[in-house]
Design a binder for this molecule. Structure first.
Ligand code: UD1
Length: 410
């Protein structure tokens, strides 16, 4: 339940990035000693990945705000329920293949934002010596004589496929070169973690990554990078609800396109080292054409959030998501709140200018669900948002945080 129309004031601390924590949990399968991830948010996707680790024989437990993973994988079969639910489950295949020579899994699930094939992950593993057998939803990968290094040219700069290539490359004999690698900062975070554990990954953050494989990895304690999409969510929440909030613990450069768009729409933004302050007092204006892209472009995950902030801005905004074809499933909820929006293919048109009112709406995916919360914060009256489990996949403590900033939410 969100009762909108209350401005937000105060300071909010950005938690660690879900999209970093999940690959780091997969990477811990490669480590010979315990791994401690510091300051991990309690999210259902994190719990799901911990269940995957336990399913293959590791220990994975909370220690306060940290997650500690220890023990070696003894079983190559990932638990079916969790694999099918989580997109990130595909990242567990490469380390299991490297460690045990076999991985049994299922086609991964994840949010309903369009087709999410894993062919580029599987293609990379095949080039590194894996045999892939798919029967229905079930995937069996084997590499009885281990993985070997390879020159990989990814068909597209996929975040997940780059992570699979990094994980496989560390487990493989010899050198792996990944061309057309994704540039997202979570890739750099994974590479830094692997190097901290004794791996040798160079070039992460550029489109060409080189991995010297075959090194024994040890455990480490590591603090994952901050969640740039959580930070974007807070910035959009202030733009929607009005007020002034300092977003701490996340470099504004990590979500610069979101801050730039909000500024263009009429918010003011102050940027510091590791923080940004976002404020809105008056009306917003539409910003015309906005397109998502790979990093450092506007993140696809941020697109529905930005849309939610601009729903009642005067003038048009047109958002095109080039990454996923069904990103704007939340448009029905926006309409129910009185917004003048329409979706055609990958494009969301916001005609703008209409005040929002509370409504009963349903989240259909993680970021779309968060976008409904952002819109509801700026709407007059109460909104009931169903499908909270989608939002819980990626936001821990969002309600408490928004409440501490003055929102009426519960
Ligand atoms: C990750 C993020 C997700 C974000 C996305 C894009 C995690 C856990 N999730 O998802 O929040 O929205 O990056 O920034 O980190 N593709 C293929 N075949 C493949 C792999 C990808 O065709 O084997 C296509 C996808 O359909 C999509 C595009 O590549 O159109 C980008 O997807 P990708 O970068 O792989 O996204 P994820 O890693 O799944």
């Amino acid at each position: 339940m969100v009762r909108g129309g209350r401005p937000l004031y105060g300071t909010a601390q950005v938690p660690a990035a879900k999209n970093s924590v999940l690959p780091l949990l997969a990477a811990s399968l490669l480590c010979g000693g315990p791994v401690r991830l510091r300051g991990v948010p309690r999210l259902s996707d994190v719990e799901g990945c911990m269940a995957l680790l336990r399913g293959v024989g590791c220990a994975a437990a909370w220690d306060g705000g940290d997650v500690v993973v220890s023990g070696r994988a003894a079983c190559c079969r990932l638990p079916a329920g969790e694999t099918a639910r989580l997109r990130a489950s595909v990242l567990f295949a490469a380390p299991l293949l490297g460690r045990l020579g076999r991985a049994e899994t299922a086609l991964p699930g994840g949010c309903n934002i369009g087709a999410r094939p894993v062919d580029w992950h599987l293609g990379a593993l095949e080039q590194m010596g894996a045999r892939v057998c798919q029967v229905g939803q079930r995937l069996v990968l084997s590499a009885p004589s281990g993985l070997h290094g390879a020159c990989l040219s990814l068909p597209g700069p996929s975040v997940g496929a780059t992570e699979t290539a990094l994980l496989a490359g560390c487990a493989a004999r010899g050198r792996t070169v990944v061309e057309n690698a994704a540039l997202e900062p979570e890739i750099l975070d994974l590479a830094q973690f692997l190097n901290r554990c004794g791996g040798c990954v160079e070039g992460a953050g550029t489109s060409r990554i080189v991995i010297e494989g075959g090194r024994r990895l040890h455990g480490t304690a590591y603090r994952p990078m901050p969640d740039r999409i959580f930070a974007s969510t807070l910035a959009c929440a202030v733009a929607s609800a009005r007020g002034r909030v300092t977003i701490a613990g996340c470099s504004p450069g990590l979500y610069a396109p979101v801050l730039d768009v909000l500024e263009q729409a009429g918010c003011w933004v102050l940027r510091g080292a590791g923080w940004a302050s976002v404020g809105r007092a008056g009306p917003l204006r539409g910003v015309g054409l906005l397109e998502t892209g790979v990093y450092p472009g506007l993140a696809t995950d941020a697109a529905p959030l930005v849309a939610a902030a601009l729903l009642s801005a005067r003038g048009q905004t047109v958002l095109v998501d080039h990454v996923f074809e069904a990103r704007f499933g939340c448009a029905g909820g926006f309409k129910a709140m009185g917004a003048a929006v329409s979706v055609r293919g990958r494009t969301l048109h916001i005609h703008g200018g209409r005040p929002l009112h509370g409504a009963d709406v349903t989240a259909g995916d993680l970021r779309g669900g968060a976008a409904l919360v952002v819109a509801a914060l700026g709407a007059r009256g109460s909104s009931r948002i169903a499908g909270r489990e989608y939002i819980a996949r990626g936001y821990g403590g969002l309600e408490e945080m928004l409440r501490s900033l003055g929102a009426r939410i519960g």
